[in-house]
Design a protein around this ligand. Sequence first.
Ligand code: RIB
Ligand code: CA
Length: 315
Amino acid sequence: MNNKPIPVILDGDPGHDDAIGWVIAGACDRLKVLGCTAVNGNCSVNKAAYNAQRVCALINLDVPIAKGQRKPLFIEPIKAPSNIHGESGLDGPVLPEPKRELEEETAVELMARLLNESDEKVTIVATGPLTNVAALLITHPEVKDKIEQISIMGGGILYGNWTPAAEFNILVDPDAADIVFKSGLPIYMAGLDVTEKALVLPEDVELIRSIGNPVSDIVSEWLEFFYIFHKSIGYEGAPLHDPCAIMVLIHPEIFDIRDYYVEVETSGEYTKGCTVADVYNVTGKKSNAKCLMGVDRKKFIELMADYIRNYSEVK
Ligand code: RIB
Ligand code: CA
């Protein structure tokens, strides 16, 4: 078994759950984070970039961080309501100020540089709208063969969370998602089918809080913030959407993963942004995505806690 760490680029719209996914990635020695890129989604790309800097400062992740596209490829951005992640996009505990300036490069330029410079193929973990990733594939086709796979949080085979048919990340930029799903690159799709089973319950928040290091203190407050909002709209717990896209890379065994052919609806009046999975293979088309459909929730929480404990050694 190859014990070399998996090189990854983290692209997201932090966002509480993006931030927790990045905390896990930063603590796992089987992943080597090459860089982080911010995308418009939960909040403006400016806020997402600032939050990316602060999350990296919190976990002492000294990697290049770049700001991505201000808006989706072809359509106007959806303004995410501030009640989910707060006005800053990452409300709740006070976070450290950035320890590293943003790169002059755009997110796409940074991604292309990191891919070119890497000796090995790189995994892109995209936990926001896919605007940056699609823009990379369009403007830098020469780096496509340096991409090992794309692990996304996005979509939902059975239902949406922003419209009945569409999940937020896909709906914000369905054209970008369409480009990614048609790219031919291996895709892990952590859609709502799995992420809404990766629920954090109050006792799990206390488990994280009991770790008692500077990172667990912040993560438990993020979880509490996220839980309060989701409880208010009828959830039993906080769905840890984005960490699923990280956890599947390091612990695929805790997930129920199905190979499906998935297409993205880019224009339907009721279905725009829907990830349409051919569950019964009626098209006869070859699968283009490994879709996460279930998770061992308790194991997921235990593993998250174990990774966060690793920050206890942070000097
Ligand atoms: O629908 C859930 C997704 O939207 C998550 O990535 C969350 O961070 C928001 O971006
Ligand atoms: Ca996100």
